[in-house]
Design a protein around this ligand. Structure first.
Ligand SMILES: [Zn+2]
Length: 110
């Protein structure tokens, strides 16, 4: 992986920014950490528009996301995705759009 990655947003050259282990968990804020996977995930940052992304993961197919992240064990690292976060997001939308919030329609692949 080089240092001349094109930015997916503005096409300017990006530099590597940081690296983390693949085993990240949403539960780290609550003190629950996974053991290291030993798989580095590099992040790149566009100095022009500020977009930050993981080039290797950004190239994955939906099938790869399903297999490697959003699999049967995903709930273990992000239990809030089932109920807590959707409720918080709904509350935010209602506070932003008031009475119009219930007329907003979205799309879903579920
Ligand atoms: Zn950019």
């Amino acid at each position: 992986m080089g240092n001349n990655l094109p930015c997916p947003v503005c096409d300017e050259a990006c530099s590597l920014f940081d690296v983390v282990d693949f085993n990240k968990s949403c539960e780290e804020a609550k003190g629950k950490f996974l053991t290291l996977a030993g798989i580095p995930v590099y992040y790149a940052l566009c100095s022009d528009c500020g977009f930050c992304f993981a080039p290797e993961i950004a190239a994955w197919t939906l099938k790869e996301f399903e297999e490697k992240i959003y699999n049967d064990e995903y709930i273990l690292v992000d239990p809030d995705y089932v109920e807590v976060r959707p409720r918080a997001n709904a509350k935010n939308l209602i506070s932003m759009f008031g009475n119009n919030a219930h007329s907003i329609k979205g799309t879903s692949n579920n």
